[in-house]
Write a protein that binds this ligand. Structure first.
Ligand SMILES: [Zn+2]
Length: 418
């Protein structure tokens, strides 16, 4: 025991010598103040017994090594690891993380592991050895705002406005249906964002979700709000309740090569007569997954004459889409089943009247085929039942967006032209 205490004194003195340096490192914040020990000379056994030893993990250091460096015996390390599932987090130490231990009389009584700013593992000695508990500190969210003008790139301008990478990505995603961020942006485009900041004791620790955003691209204004419905489902809408996303995607294949367009007076490749082509053919290898273009219900999945293996999906309001010449259907696909936009329903093939593997795709409104490449695709809509709830939730954010825009314009006008 005496040896153990001596080791602890030595370690403590060593760790004391490091304290000023440690305090200047911002990487780890202490969840609670360290007990005050002024100088090594003041160290008495009683004070030592009450003191917490602190050890910062070095690159490549294991829990075992770290505990040995703090002066603990392999048996002790074993018992801590045996305290249950939670102790497994100790096997995944990262450099800079902090272990703190209290060992009155040289026996480990308490071990705290600062996993991150929010989570601390507390291991305590009990009659059976050790037990571990995870303590998570509660965070708050604060509604914040940011705005900027695109100069050289959206990324740089948004970063300057204080947005994190995550928020910038989310912003681009929100307007992805309307603006092609790789091609459409130009200097002078403006953005404004209302977003949540996650805070701990009033300090920001990370960005939360974007609540509302505005993008002015080439003079045209786009706005979007994030709406959480009473069931907790999150959808991005325009402030008037129209969805940002179209209710249909244009193409049923991710990479498209159109081999035959919609053409009411086409010469048929097999029959060599004028036969209207009432869909679009996409050339693709046999087995290429076919994605349904909108939410709906499978109205038919089976074999049908020239179409070969075909799937017809009913989207409601008189709209159907058709997928022909499939080599096979998705395994679980059944008639009457609900499918959602982007879901794989079948695979490209050459069944029916086909000269080679391709997908024949039709878009029908009230039984009439329309050109899938030009037909106006409707936006998905907010269900009527949620209108009031939607307005109550999103109107304050839209008001913030509009106020920011007014400020931006006022600032620009106040700047003398050069
Ligand atoms: Zn065709």
């Amino acid at each position: 025991m005496a040896l153990m205490v001596a080791a602890l004194v030595a370690r403590t003195a060593e760790s004391l010598a490091n304290i000023p340096e440690r305090l200047s490192e911002p990487a780890v914040e202490r969840p609670y103040p360290l007990p005050a020990i002024e100088t090594a000379g003041d160290l008495t056994l009683e004070k030592l017994d009450a003191a917490w030893l602190e050890h910062r993990i070095k690159p490549g250091e294991s829990f075992f090594k770290a505990m040995r460096a703090m002066g603990f015996e392999p048996d002790t390390v074993q018992s801590v690891m045996g305290s249950g599932k939670l102790a497994r987090s100790l096997l995944d130490l990262k450099p800079g993380q902090v272990l703190r231990a209290r060992a009155p009389g040289g026996e480990l009584e308490a071990l705290d592991f600062e996993i991150d700013l929010l989570n601390r593992l507390e291991v305590r000695r009990d009659e059976n050895g050790y037990s571990a508990e995870l303590h998570t500190r509660p965070t708050d969210t604060k509604v914040s705002q940011a705005a900027g003008v695109v100069t050289s790139s959206l990324y740089l301008s948004a970063q300057q406005a204080g947005l994190s990478d995550k928020a910038i990505l989310e912003l681009a995603e929100m307007f992805g249906w309307d603006i092609d961020f790789t091609q459409d942006l130009q200097p002078g485009d403006r953005f404004a964002v209302v977003y949540n900041q996650v805070t701990l004791d009033g300090e920001k620790i990370r960005d939360g979700d974007i609540l509302a955003a505005q993008f002015i691209n080439r003079g045209k204004t786009y706005q979007a709000v994030r709406y959480t419905d009473p069931n907790g489902k999150v959808t991005v809408y325009k402030p008037d309740g129209r969805s940002m996303r179209k209710s249909f995607t244009r193409n049923p294949l991710p990479v498209t090569r159109i081999t035959s367009r919609f053409n009411p007076s086409r010469l048929h490749p097999i029959f060599k007569t004028v036969r209207p082509h009432k869909g679009v053919d996409y050339g693709a290898a046999t087995g290429t997954p076919v994605q349904v273009t909108g939410d709906g219900k499978v109205a038919f999945a089976g074999r049908q004459g020239g179409y070969g293996n075909v799937i017809i999906v009913d989207h409601g309001r008189g709209t159907r889409t058709l997928y022909g010449h499939l080599s096979r259907f998705a395994r679980s696909l059944r008639q009457g089943q609900s499918v959602s936009q982007g879901q794989v329903i079948g695979y490209v093939g050459a069944t029916g009247w086909a000269t080679g593997p391709h997908l024949h795709y039709e878009f029908q409104i009230n039984g009439q085929q329309r050109d899938p490449l030009t037909v106006a695709l409707p936006n998905a809509q907010l269900p009527d039942a949620y209108t009031r709830h939607f307005r109550g939730q999103t109107a304050p954010w839209v008001a913030m967006l509009n106020a920011m825009t007014t400020n931006q314009v006022a600032q620009t006008e106040a700047t003398p032209r050069q």
